[in-house]
Design a protein around this ligand. Structure first.
Ligand code: 5GP
Ligand code: ZN
Length: 115
């Protein structure tokens, strides 16, 4: 999608701090972190939200959740705990209309951040 920020990040047209990439998925630090660790896990395929998936996307959805688990380990929030959030639709606060999972964690090491 030409006007999609995450498609531009995937194509390298907008810089990002990548923490994970494979052929289907990219993950990068959120530009405006709401937690000490705040990573966005994004499929390279432009899908608007979970409201737009069905059984045809089951392999990709499985890979996304496995990537979430791996990235949580890689960013050292797996033991201290983390949230996984997907906002679906503008009414739920989705600002970027390209499916993504937020990984939020790291509060134990930076207790001044509110959970
Ligand atoms: P949403 O509200 O759609 O669930 O979340 C979108 C997230 O994308 C927000 O947390 C926002 O800070 C992040 N974001 C928006 N634009 C950019 C960008 O250009 N680069 C990065 N790294 N994150 C972005
Ligand atoms: Zn997109």
């Amino acid at each position: 999608m030409d006007d999609c920020i995450f498609c531009k990040i995937i194509k390298g047209e907008i810089p990002s701090k990548k923490v994970f990439e494979d052929k289907d998925i990219v993950a990068f630090n959120d530009i405006n972190p709401k937690a000490p660790v705040h990573v966005l896990v994004v499929p390279k395929k432009h899908i608007e939200s979970l409201a737009n998936v069905d059984a045809a996307n089951k392999d990709l959805l499985g890979k996304l959740l496995i990537a979430v688990s791996e990235i949580a380990r890689k960013t050292n929030v797996d033991k201290s705990g983390y949230k996984v959030v997907a906002n679906n639709g503008e009414g739920a606060g989705q600002l970027v209309l390209h499916l993504h999972f937020h990984i939020l964690g790291g509060w134990m090491s930076k207790p001044h951040w509110q959970v």
